[in-house]
Ligand binder design. Sequence first.
Ligand code: NAD
Length: 357
Amino acid sequence: MQQSVFDLMQQMGHEQVVFCHDPHSGLNAIIAIHNTTLGPALGGTRLWNYNTHEEGIIDALRLSRGMTYKAAISGLNLGGGKAVIIGDAAKVKSEALWRRYGKFVDSLNGKYITAEDVNTSARDMEYIALETQSVTGVPEYMGGSGDPSPFTAYGVFVGMKASAKKVWGNDSLSGKKVLVQGVGHVGQYLVGHLIEEGAKVYITDINQDKIKQTVDKFRSVEVVDGAKIFDMEMDIYAPCALGATVNSESIAKMKCPIIAGAANNQLADENVHGPMLVEKGIVYAPDFLINAGGLINVSAELDGYNRERVMGNVEKIYGRTLEIYDLSEQENIHTQAAAIKLAEKRLQDIANVKARL
Ligand SMILES: NC(=O)c1ccc[n+]([C@@H]2O[C@H](COP(=O)([O-])OP(=O)(O)OC[C@H]3O[C@@H](n4cnc5c(N)ncnc54)[C@H](O)[C@@H]3O)[C@@H](O)[C@H]2O)c1
């Protein structure tokens, strides 16, 4: 890593980073707490086989910052945090690992609340819940809100419709060509909404089982080779796998007027690729704005879960997306910068409220 963890924390504005190690269960985890101005830092735990520990640290730092903005822009009284566990999901998962991890989360006394993320499930949260109350996304039969993915997918869908309204003056996705990259938890629910709306859906995934599941469920989808996705013309590119797929190389090839998907940190470097998209005339729906449905859902567990209220809050993503597009035009800034500006304004406003009697 070229810069130290402290340099990165200072640059990105982090409060705390916790390294957790347990040789018995094989746990190596990093919990990054970005900002707790609005409330406890809520964010999922990602299990991923990073090539180096540095990659894991950087992922945790970037993802936790995104969570601060996601909660702030969604009007939630929550801060931003995220954790990564380094390891191969097929090998490291065990009751002992989750429970030991739960103890580490508990040692933070409510400052960090965890949830699901890539490669972690409601079942894993159940083990964590044996050791701490600082966990959301536990199964419904335990009084939790269950899998957040359908809510995330619905938020992405309404964000996509708002983007269509911006570009075509009409929010119907009927007949539009949409490429969903990554048909995991969120991607498959998103495909369902798109098919129902009458869109022409293309899918790609590195996991053939996920492709098969999706094709079995939705016969009309067309499978595309992952290496060729940017060779095709499409109306909407929906990144629903991992981050940084919007980079100099992909933007140069892209033939689509809209990018709207669920993945976190889609822009490899927001300062470079945000403006590059504007130049190319591609409307980018800020990731942390339109993928907030899952966070809105799990956060509802903290103050008494009510599905209708959650759906109502997720639907607000439509109006907020249009608001961000307006702000981006008025201020002549790219859409990710506009979304960050609005989130930072709320953070400052509420910090000011909290500082007064
Ligand atoms: N689950 C949620 O509620 C939620 C909420 C907010 C953001 N997100 C983000 O959305 C994304 C998807 O989340 P998920 O819960 O569906 O995860 P998931 O692990 O269930 O699905 C991800 C899918 O992407 C595929 N994939 C990985 N690399 C790929 C590549 N290079 N090309 C094509 N496919 C690839 C995987 O095989 C998998 O099927 C993640 O970035 C996650 O952080 C998820």
